[in-house]
Design a protein around this ligand. Structure first.
Ligand SMILES: NC(=O)c1ccc[n+]([C@@H]2O[C@H](COP(=O)([O-])OP(=O)(O)OC[C@H]3O[C@@H](n4cnc5c(N)ncnc54)[C@H](OP(=O)(O)O)[C@@H]3O)[C@@H](O)[C@H]2O)c1
Length: 217
């Protein structure tokens, strides 16, 4: 755990195919079984917040709520540098009843940020043209968010790893092969040049045809 709670404890959580993809080239991403989804919902129920990138909202239109387990809905956070997420998305449409934050940059048009705020989303401006994740995490810590689950996609996962802000990786290996150079991998972005960013394997759990691996930094 980071000392003095300067930032939340960050868990990257995802389901990937045997070959490390989190979605197909057409954007289909339902890789988890119902049993694994229930585990994910228990994890959500234990967290203070869940964070995703803008493309995941555009592609999956997720609710990011706890439905298959007990527990309260965590705060939802979307990284959306230019405030481009449609207010009519399922997250936007439910922001009045479930706490929701959209992190934008100074380049976000005011009108779009205001439209999201009117929907009930809390808009946090954090960085000039790129979202400053370190700054965002310290703002979240000040709001009392201690445990944050990052649910992708691959670009968002990369930014957290590149800045060494991921304390844990919880990944389900689902029994599918997806393939395709255009399919999104667990970690996208530029990637590391050296094999240096390591984790310790802490837990291996078999759930029927799936394996859940828990790694800590
Ligand atoms: N299987 C799974 O567990 C799982 C989970 C989640 C998502 N997915 C899949 O993953 C795919 C989406 O992944 P993706 O890599 O394309 O996109 P993503 O990570 O969902 O979103 C990426 C976008 O978020 C914004 N962003 C993320 N980090 C940022 C940072 N530090 N600073 C500024 N902006 C940041 C950027 O928006 P701008 O482009 O506006 O700059 C970036 O392009 C979807 O197909 C989804 O279905 C699968």
């Amino acid at each position: 755990m980071p000392t003095a709670r300067s930032r939340p404890y960050v868990i990257l959580s995802a389901a990937m195919s045997i070959d490390g993809k989190i979605a197909t080239r057409t954007g289909a991403s339902r890789l988890s079984s119902k049993r694994d989804l229930a585990r994910v919902h228990r994890l959500r129920g234990s967290a203070d917040a869940i964070l995703v990138g803008r493309n995941t909202v555009a592609q999956d239109d997720p609710m990011l709520t706890v439905r298959l387990a007990r527990g309260k809905n965590p705060t939802r956070i979307v990284l959306d540098p230019r405030a481009a997420m449609p207010p009519s998305s399922r997250i936007g449409a439910t922001a009045n009843s479930i706490p929701t934050i959209v992190a934008v940059t100074e380049t976000a048009p005011k009108s779009r940020a205001e439209r999201l705020a009117k929907r009930g989303l809390e808009v946090i401006v954090c960085g000039r043209s790129r979202i400053d994740l370190g700054k965002l995490l310290s703002i979240l810590a000040r709001k009392g968010i201690r445990k944050l689950v990052v649910e992708g996609g691959g670009t968002t996962n990369w930014h957290f790893l590149a800045e060494d802000l991921a304390d844990e990786i919880l990944v389900t290996i689902a029994p599918f092969v997806v393939g395709g150079t255009d399919a999104v991998s667990l970690v996208g972005g530029r990637g590391f040049g050296k094999i240096s960013h390591s984790f310790k394997l802490k837990q291996v759990e078999r759930l029927g045809n799936e394996i859940v691996l828990r790694y800590v930094r």
